[in-house]
Ligand binder design. Sequence first.
Ligand SMILES: Cc1cc2nc3c(=O)[nH]c(=O)nc-3n(C[C@H](O)[C@H](O)[C@H](O)COP(=O)(O)OP(=O)(O)OC[C@H]3O[C@@H](n4cnc5c(N)ncnc54)[C@H](O)[C@@H]3O)c2cc1C
Length: 529
Amino acid sequence: MRDAHLRHRAADAPDPDERKATNTMSQTIDTLERAGSPVLEHFDVLIVGAGISGVGAGYHLQDQYPEKSFVILEKFESFGGTWLTHTYPGIRSDSDLYTFGYRFKPWLGKPIATADKILGYMGEVIEENHLGQHIRYRHAISTAEWSSDSNLWTVHATRTDAATGKVQPVTFTTNFLWMCQGYYKHEEGYTPDWPGLDAYQGQIVHPQTWPDDIDLAGKQVVVIGSGATAATLVPAIAGDCGHVTMLQRSPTYFVSRPNVNEVADMLRGLEIPEEWTHEIVRRKALQDQAMITQLSFDEPEWLRTELLNAVRAELPEGYDVETHFTPTYRPWQQRLAMVPDGDLFKGISSGQASVVTDEIDTFNETGILLKSGTQLDADVIVTATGFDLSVLGGIQFTVDGEAVDFADTITYRGMMFTGVPNLLWVFGYFRASWTLRADLLGDFVCRLLHHMDGIDATKVTPTLRPEDVSMEIGAWIAADNFNPGYLQRSIHLMPKAGDKPEWQHTQDYWTEKNSLPAIDLDDGCLSYD
Ligand SMILES: Cc1cc2nc3c(=O)[nH]c(=O)nc-3n(C[C@H](O)[C@H](O)[C@H](O)COP(=O)(O)OP(=O)(O)OC[C@H]3O[C@@H](n4cnc5c(N)ncnc54)[C@H](O)[C@@H]3O)c2cc1C
């Protein structure tokens, strides 16, 4: 996987003109560094992160406001974010790529795609749109300071030299911060503090930091978790290890589908242009998803029965679906996990994989003692227990010298924050593909920047209107709406929401696709200077 990333990085190599521009830029930086001057550069827009959101942001800005100068700062050595850092066996999307892909770049592969294929697609977007010249890798941002005297952000980062490993402080100023840093800590996943963990003599692995050199041949493996990651890993390693057990505290809803898109295949057979195929298949996928989401609210019991019957049909006669595949929550209260081509169920049916639904009492030397009294021995334990939320990339923000605690702010439509000027966070959807919102917010930022220039404003700050001041303030998202562990653990760190759509991340793509482009930028929620 890592080699594949490097290949994509090579594909991202700038064309000669870009290389010249990049070389000139780094020569300037080197000269400044040799002269002992702190490196300081200015860009109209500074994009944080070169994941799917940051690369999309660069595309939209270049397309819709080409006069703006911009830079994308990325702490890793390549683009991709989530799809670069996760290298566990089988790593793949659980959304279909017709909607997880950008609206402007047709997806040509299978609907559920591996990380490698997603990185290849992003590499093509970077190359075809000459975005490589705007991306600076190995730039980790630590602080961002807003000054209302200059109406600028000053961003402090460290740049690690690829050849020497030398770390250099670098500083940028920018008019607008476009935060595309994702929503979880990339360096390390979440592992609960189980009793007896230190006593265990085998190997413990977190999928987020999967060791390249791990050898599972003949080993007894336990994967703790029941979400998309566990469902991906278990069938991916089932044939390679002695036996793999998925140990879950509680079951998840799974949807098993053949990993093909019949509409796309049919349109391709008719030699319809790929742009059309992408748009048609995307609309169909969105319509199907909208229907399922609506059903989960209107007819949760019916949907639940349908989902469980579909799972039952994939498993051997008499399999205990009630215990292992029947969640206690409503469909869509947590993400539905996709099982392409029923691979998880095939693994279970073949006997190479099994599921245990129980709670961990304690770890011990040879494995895990469960609350039921059963001992589960393992050579390797994989903790597919999720990630830790990171609010705005762990960057320390100040506004006019005051530290910003985002938990004290109220979100403007799940993208900007009261009292924090000229900053937007791309936070996608839980129930629909993240990138759908990254595209919508791309349009929004460009429209906002055009609007500000049209009225000669250099500062925009979300501000409660008089009619909003006494509204009810609640969590970023209500627990009865969507409640996975990483949000429950850290919801207190997230910005707050109000009781009106202007002050919420509604998580509703089907409303936002019409409402975001129609936002009245002068409705009083945004104040300009
Ligand atoms: C295993 C896994 C599978 C997923 N599958 C799906 C799916 O199928 N569909 C879906 O919709 N969502 C999925 N998600 C959610 C997924 O994270 C998003 O969909 C999407 O990839 C997020 O893209 P992003 O660019 O916003 O953030 P990320 O992919 O997290 O990228 C953010 C980038 O910002 C950089 N960055 C962060 N902080 C800093 C800093 N301080 N300085 C410089 N750079 C910084 C990071 O290095 C990273 O490269 C999945 C998540 C995981 C973990």
